[in-house]
Design a protein around this ligand. Structure first.
Ligand SMILES: NC(=O)c1ccc[n+]([C@@H]2O[C@H](COP(=O)([O-])OP(=O)(O)OC[C@H]3O[C@@H](n4cnc5c(N)ncnc54)[C@H](O)[C@@H]3O)[C@@H](O)[C@H]2O)c1
Ligand SMILES: O=c1ccn([C@@H]2O[C@H](COP(=O)(O)OP(=O)(O)O[C@H]3O[C@H](CO)[C@@H](O)[C@H](O)[C@H]3O)[C@@H](O)[C@H]2O)c(=O)[nH]1
Length: 444
């Protein structure tokens, strides 16, 4: 494999993992961020996020001298041929994707492109269909204004959406189900595809809008599977069926597949909620009626509060009661709190007068930031504890929100007599029901 010079703009979950993995694969990588503190920490070898396996990959890349970090766009653009954009694209109030960080990255890159350059600008951020083509005009115009001759010949824009999952990011990047590359110029798409050749992935090379749409359609479909099974879980609950067995029975049909049929208290994270909303927005802009997508969000919003609904059946008045909450991050193996179901659950419990004792193995620091308003408003009624058993001390009930592995083995003595709501169907009902008042999602 020939070594290529790559800059990665944004050193968050996607940028840092992609940069470290490209460097591990033998490319020369410059990671750039506007967050100076983050870059200072990375230069010292500290990793600002919790992501299993990233430390080892990054360490190896640093030892090989294949990765460096900077805040200097001039340096990063000058010393790279491929510039990957991996900045955030969060939801705006109206559900559309906020492209201001992406636009700012394009501007900063365009300021550094000279008369003799040719740079391949690769969108790894999830951006609405049409963004790549728009970016080509936007960047060309910026170059034109700077007096650069033949601006369209100085760069190409490529879409290379990322499909990694948090908590399994390194594993997913190194073993992708597929790599998707979209560009108007197929030769340049091929050049981007070749950056991954060591991984020998299934490869889709297509045009810009199609690549952008593959990302949204994939996330929307996975989110649909989750809302679908949650809807089935609610029907199971009312009819005495067991959703976990139903999901197993469905999943053995290879056309359905067993994945993403885990019923629970809904999906969270930095991607599914915002990407489904952005796709709804796009659909409406082109006069579509995205009924399925809207239902996916609606079902999910309701599902997130299911555990509280179930708790109220057993303890109708939560005033003066204490509820332990296990798992705050939006899924296990991450410290990411974005759109975590624990947020509406804890807010609701506090509103209803409960004292909440919250525990997570790695997300406590981020959780304290997310709940800063509640900490101020409710004082001692919202406590963060550093051990799962401490959360149970004096608690009338336990809600399991995130299925961290350490919650699998519980000290049954500590649960005796409590109301336990299992929001992720982690425990065996027959065992739990013998020691406490136990409810799960969609199981008798
Ligand atoms: N998190 C995931 O699992 C995941 C997976 C696939 C795709 N994505 C997509 O990838 C993109 C990035 O997501 P993330 O979770 O890594 O975001 P993140 O918030 O973790 O990181 C974004 C980084 O970009 C930096 N940044 C912002 N503006 C910048 C600029 N103008 N120049 C340089 N750096 C800048 C921020 O300081 C931050 O460090 C999003 O579009 C997201 O939808 C995310
Ligand atoms: O059967 C399931 C599977 C997942 N979830 C929930 O779904 C959310 C998202 O989980 P997951 O997809 O594992 O995590 P993400 O890191 O958000 O990854 C998704 O979003 C990324 C960003 O776009 C994509 O790159 C990935 O392919 C896509 O899986 C979490 O809250 C999970 O608890 C369920 O409720 N039931």
């Amino acid at each position: 494999m020939s070594t290529k010079r790559i800059a990665v703009i944004g050193t968050g979950y996607v940028g840092l993992v992609s940069g470290a993995c490209f460097a591990y694969l033998g490319h020369k990588v410059i990671g750039l961020d506007i967050d100076e503190t983050k870059i200072e920490r990375l230069k010292r070898g500290e990793i600002p996020i919790y992501e299993p396996g990233l430390d080892k990959i990054l360490q190896r890349a640093l030892e090989k001298g294949n990765i460096e970090f900077t805040t200097d766009y001039a340096y990063a653009v000058k010393n790279s041929d491929f510039i990957f954009i991996a900045v955030g694209t969060p939801s705006k109030e109206d559900g559309s994707a906020d492209l201001s960080y992406v636009e700012s990255a394009y501007r900063s890159i365009a300021e550094q492109i000279g008369d003799e350059d040719f740079k391949v600008i690769v969108n790894k951020s999830t951006v609405p269909v049409g963004t790549g083509r728009w970016a080509k005009e936007f960047i060309a115009e910026l170059l034109r204004k700077r007096g650069i001759k033949n601006p369209e010949e100085r760069f190409e824009v490529v879409s290379n959406p990322e499909f990694l999952r948090e908590g399994k990011a390194v594993e997913d990047f190194m073993n992708p189900d597929r790599v998707v590359v979209g560009a108007d110029n197929r030769d340049i798409a091929g050049m981007v595809a070749s950056l991954y050749e060591k991984l020998q992935p299934a490869m889709i090379i297509t045009d810009l809008p199609t690549a952008e749409m593959i990302k949204y359609a994939s996330n929307a479909f996975l989110a649909t599977k989750i809302s679908f099974i949650n809807e089935i879980a609610n029907i199971c609950e009312a009819t005495g069926a067991d959703v976990t067995v139903v999901a197993r029975g469905m999943g053995l049909d290879h056309r359905i597949s067993p994945y993403f049929l885990g019923a629970g208290c809904g999906f969270g994270g930095s991607c599914f909620p915002k990407d489904v909303k952005a796709l709804i927005y796009t659909a409406k802009q082109v006069d579509g009626e995205p009924k399925i997508l809207e239902a996916v969000i609606e079902v999910n919003e309701r599902q997130k509060l299911k555990p509280v609904e179930k708790l109220l059946k057993h303890i109708p008045n939560l005033e003066g009661k204490t509820v332990a909450v296990w798992g705050l991050a939006f899924k296990p193996e991450t410290d990411d709190m974005r759109e975590a179901p624990s947020i509406p659950i804890i807010r609701k419990l506090l509103e209803l007068g409960a004292t909440v004792k919250a525990y997570d193995p790695v997300a406590l620091q981020n959780a304290k930031r997310v709940f800063s308003r509640e900490i101020e408003k409710y004082g001692e009624r919202l406590q963060f504890v550093t051990e799962k058993d401490k959360a149970l001390e004096g608690a009338n009930a336990l809600i399991l929100v995130t299925e961290w592995e350490e919650f699998r083995d519980v000290d049954f003595d500590k649960l005796t007599g409590k109301v336990v709501i299992d929001g992720r169907n982690l425990w065996e009902p027959s065992v739990m029901k013998s020691i406490c008042t136990y409810e799960s999602i969609g199981r008798p």
